[in-house]
Ligand binder design. Structure first.
Ligand code: 6PG
Length: 394
């Protein structure tokens, strides 16, 4: 836009100057021809040429003026839209931003949903110097793009959350199975598996194309598969044993290896699946792009096995890494890194209980020290599924 605006202005100036130049030239030519005795005929011919030339130039002028005006409009919107969003982020959540579905009963709403883009952080940006504000404006533009992909759903009851989570997952399964003939799903451990219970019931148990599912873990503890700490066991008992996902489409870690070797082995497995087109790749980041990542969050705001203050949160090259000093036992684990998590098409963060309210607040409102959950994003959509207690500090 800036370039076309600049070119149009130059062209406009050129048209004006050339017009004056030709006018003077033609005037001189006419006088000269008349003085040579060509008389009135040549005079009127030159007059016609001048009129035609004038019409042509007027048309060019109007065209260039229109292009220049529209370029300047889009240029202005690019230059100033960021500061508008900065201002916009400084208000508290207005009522009309609620997009609640109607409550099923007159007493309690089943769930509320609202756009997190309206959760702002005070007025500090207004006090910043010009240079600093510019930097923040650019960031604000990026953040706004992320915020637009973010949705927060709040449920009175965990039961209703589970119903909607099942529908959300089933809808995506339909979409991806139709579009790409496969659906790559990643789960965490913890209470998430219990929240997926509705998916293995009617109507989804029969309607989902389970044969096209490919099932992964965002993190796993390096323990035998029948160990109580195993995320594989948790998912198997609560989910996998109840649906006909082909065994070959369930990608568990090789727990007989060391944590480091198991992480490398899992990464190699993912790379193979990328080569065979089962797993997509993000065009933006080059990291694998899972269709859906279903994550839980710990009370400290950790996701996967990415814990607050741990160096692994900053890993930006590897797809899968090992951790041997996990603050949450067991200490030896493997985990996907943030670039992989955030390259997913869709991410659902499922968080329940008042014990997580502070971490939810810090992650969503970006208050205090933002926990790892605050760094989660998605390429297409990030949905926070919260129950009322978990959302109590928002
Ligand atoms: O293996 C793990 O430790 C989990 O993957 C972990 O990331 C889990 O998702 C959160 O700790 C939330 O667990 P809860 O929902 O049980 O609190």
């Amino acid at each position: 836009s800036a370039l076309s605006f600049f070119i149009c202005i130059v062209c406009l100036i050129k048209v004006v100057f050339l017009e004056c130049y030709y006018y003077i030239k033609l005037q001189k030519l006419k006088t000269w021809l008349v003085s040579l005795g060509f008389g009135r005929r040549i005079g009127s011919l030159i007059h016609e040429v001048k009129v035609a030339h004038f019409h042509y130039k007027v048309a060019t002028f109007i065209y260039l003026f229109t292009v220049a005006t529209s370029s300047s409009c889009s240029l202005r919107s690019i230059l100033f839209s960021s500061s508008t969003s900065l201002l916009r982020s400084n208000y508290s959540l207005p009522k009309n931003h609620l997009t609640c579905s109607p409550p099923p009963s007159s007493t309690a709403s089943r769930f509320e949903s609202f756009s997190v883009s309206s959760i702002g952080t005070g007025s500090t940006s207004r006090r910043l110097s010009h240079t600093r504000r510019k930097v923040l404006e650019v960031r604000s533009m990026a953040t706004t793009a992320e915020e637009k992909k973010k949705r927060v759903e709040i449920y009175d009851l965990e039961e209703n959350l589970a119903v909607d989570l099942a529908k959300f997952t089933a809808d995506l399964s339909d979409k991806f199975c139709k579009e790409r003939g496969a659906f790559t799903v990643v789960v965490s451990g913890g209470s998430l598996i219990k929240s997926l219970r509705k998916l293995v019931e009617s109507p989804y148990a029969d309607s989902i194309d389970w044969a096209r599912w490919h099932f992964f873990w965002v993190d796993e503890r390096v323990v035998p598969k029948d160990h109580d700490d195993s995320n594989y066991k948790l998912a198997y008992d609560g989910f996998l044993s109840k649906v006909p996902i082909p065994a070959g489409n369930v990608y568990a870690i090789n727990e007989s290896l060391s944590a480091e070797a198991a992480a490398d082995d899992y990464e190699t497995c993912l790379k193979h699946l990328v080569k065979t087109n089962i797993l997509g790749v993000s065009e933006t980041t080059g990291f694998p792009k899972f269709d859906l990542m279903l994550l839980g969050m710990g009370p400290d705001g950790h996701v996967a096995s990415l814990f607050p203050g741990h160096g692994l949160c900053n890993e930006n090259k590897k797809w899968v890494v090992s951790i041997t000093d996990s603050p949450k036992p067991p200490s030896e684990r493997i985990t996907f890194t943030f670039p992989v998590i955030n390259s997913s098409a869709h991410v659902a963060l499922v968080v329940c209980g008042s014990g997580k309210a502070e971490a939810v607040q810090a992650a969503l409102k970006k208050t205090g020290t933002v926990p790892p959950a605050g760094s989660v994003s998605a390429e297409e959509e990030l949905v926070w599924f919260l129950d009322k207690p978990a959302s109590s500090k928002l």
